[in-house]
Design a protein around this ligand. Structure first.
Ligand SMILES: CC(C)(COP(=O)(O)OP(=O)(O)OC[C@H]1O[C@@H](n2cnc3c(N)ncnc32)[C@H](O)[C@@H]1OP(=O)(O)O)[C@@H](O)C(=O)NCCC(=O)NCCS
Length: 176
């Protein structure tokens, strides 16, 4: 957890312990597992994940809300390198009925605002499967640009090439 939790915005707010059960349930979905590489095998895994998020100064997890304030996903900063001013970003909307409604782009955009304005980071990067066109489009709309093509490693294994995308605090979003 960061020194001070960021303020809530319209689409995202700090994740709390009560959210963990819902986040864990999403991770049982095979399609989400494949797209995100995340899977909690047991309740213990979810609890350990929460403790890591809560204590680790290099992580920040925010809940994504729909227009009614319902929890629909989470967006996280990981590997925050305070001196270098950069962090890795990951996102998952677990409620699949909420895909393609603009929520993901808004959540990414608000997370970038928090990272740059409240945490004073300069650069965010992420890795995404080259085949995940919805995610790539959403990242693009939120101001991220492709910087490299990587061979698949780690949690997104499966032989698919990954794309590295980055947004710096100087970049603007692709929205009117
Ligand atoms: C990726 C994710 C966060 C995006 O959030 P979202 O709310 O669904 O995305 P948005 O509605 O903001 O934007 C999606 C864009 O992709 C487009 N899109 C959807 N399916 C597409 C496809 N197969 N090919 C190309 N574009 C596609 C949409 O039309 C929209 O673009 P537009 O506004 O220009 O029309 C969300 O879909 C998600 O969590 N998916 C599952 C987990 C995942 O893939 N996470 C990323 C892992 S790196």
């Amino acid at each position: 957890m960061m020194v001070a939790l960021p303020r809530a915005k319209k689409r995202i707010r700090p994740l709390v312990k009560d959210d963990v059960t819902t986040v864990m349930q999403w991770s049982h979905d095979p399609e989400l597992q494949q797209l995100t590489g995340r899977r909690f095998a047991s309740e213990m895994d979810g609890t350990l994940w929460w403790h890591a998020v809560e204590r680790d100064r290099t992580r920040l997890a925010m809940a994504i809300l729909d227009d009614n304030g319902r929890l629909i996903g989470d967006v996280e900063l990981e590997n925050v390198a305070w001196r270098a001013g950069e962090a890795e970003l990951r996102i998952a909307i677990g409620e699949k009925s909420c895909w393609n409604r603009g929520y993901g782009t808004e959540a990414l955009s608000e997370m970038a605002q928090i990272a740059f304005d409240q945490l004073h980071l300069h650069s965010l990067y992420l890795r995404v499967s080259e085949r995940n066109l919805r995610a790539i489009r959403s990242y693009y709309k939120a101001g991220f640009r492709k910087v490299a093509r990587l061979s698949a490693t780690g949690r997104l294994q499966g032989g698919e090439p990954l794309v590295l995308m980055r947004r710096t605090s100087a970049d603007v979003e692709d929205t009117p």
